[in-house]
Design a protein around this ligand. Structure first.
Ligand code: ES4
Ligand code: ZN
Length: 326
């Protein structure tokens, strides 16, 4: 269709993507088989059928189970390479990828195994697909701050490969304030800071991410529109919101795509951007997220271009490289 052609034609930046959430059932079965691991489902179709979530936690439960088949460096490489080939086919030219070290180190997998596999695939994509990248290590917020500190320590030998830290997993009951010290220490080591906030959680969590953690971007931030002072802060501070519309519908953060706040956010001058979060679980990569949002909210070409430009502005590319994309 015309709309799909427009969306495909726009060079895009992906800033909110959990690499473990790009694990397609086909590849999951393949890796499970070669690692001699049995999955709870006997077919790809039956696994996909289980992808039906009432909230964030129901999704996370399956996401952590799926990640358990990743054992060897090659597994992390294959996962990341499959994702990069997929987004290359969608005209995505820059990615900032989250990984969750604790999901793996808690199962006895070495930090080095995880990051070597992911990083080598990113390097290959840079060489062969001309995709630029940043890498973001995310702390699991359902675990303690002390556990996050251990992860920070494990990351230090690799800090030249890691651009920033994030905060993800179960939001309710795990406010940003729980991680003030480890975020401060992460900044001390040179990491840029982002956090998931206001996905299921309240506006307060967005304030905490800004004022206590001192993040430079908010992942999601859906809930900000109820607070005028917060909207003003986001706009005047040029704080990007990395929104994930299909994720929001699948996790019942909103009832239907027509309710998505992204158009209102653009109208209010917020630096809103669109991304895919966990594309293997939520039914779409970047182009599908743009398409479903554009269709439901009647976005015009200018708005779509604005969203794509915003993502390059919000990225961690150098000023000169941003200019080339914008
Ligand atoms: C996540 Cl959608 C979402 N929210 C919070 N944490 C996550 N980890 C992976 N996907
Ligand atoms: Zn996310």
């Amino acid at each position: 269709s015309h709309l799909k052609n427009i969306i495909h034609g726009i060079p895009k930046a992906e800033l909110h993507l959990h690499i473990e959430g790009s694990f397609e059932p086909e590849l999951m079965f393949e890796i499970a088989s070669r690692n001699n691991i049995a999955l709870d489902h006997d077919s790809i179709a039956s696994l996909r059928k289980a992808y039906n979530f009432n909230n964030l936690q129901e999704f996370l439960n399956l996401y952590y189970i799926g990640a358990q088949v990743l054992i060897h460096e090659r597994d992390f490489f294959d996962l990341t390479w499959a994702y990069l080939r997929k987004v290359h086919s969608q005209n995505v030219v820059h990615v900032e990828v989250f990984f969750d070290p604790q999901t793996h180190t808690d199962r006895g997998i070495g930090f080095d195994v995880v990051i070597n596999g992911i990083y080598k695939a990113l390097e290959k994509a840079k060489q062969e697909l001309n995709i630029s990248f940043k890498l973001i290590m995310s702390y699991l917020r359902h675990l303690s701050e002390e556990e996050a500190f251990k992860t920070l320590q494990s990351s230090l030998p690799y800090k030249h490969w890691i651009d920033g830290v994030g905060l993800d997993s179960s939001e309710m009951g795990n406010p940003p304030s729980k991680f003030v010290n480890v975020f401060e220490a992460s900044a001390y080591h040179g990491y840029k800071l982002v956090a998931h906030a206001g996905e299921e959680g309240p506006e307060d969590y967005i304030w905490e991410a800004l004022d206590l953690l001192k993040v430079v971007r908010i992942d999601h931030g859906n809930r900000c529109l109820g607070d005028d002072a917060l909207v003003q802060r986001l706009r005047e501070g040029n704080i990007p919101l990395t929104l994930c519309p299909l994720s929001n519908v699948e996790l019942k953060v909103i009832q239907k795509m027509e309710d998505h706040p992204v158009a209102k956010m653009l109208d209010k001058g917020i630096l809103a951007t669109i991304h895919s979060d966990d594309p293997a679980y939520f039914g779409g990569y970047m182009n599908e997220n743009y398409y479903e949002t554009a269709k439901a909210l009647n976005l015009n070409k200018n708005q779509l271009m604005q969203l794509a430009i915003n993502a390059f502005k919000a990225s961690w590319l150098s000023h000169e490289t941003k200019e080339k994309h914008i």
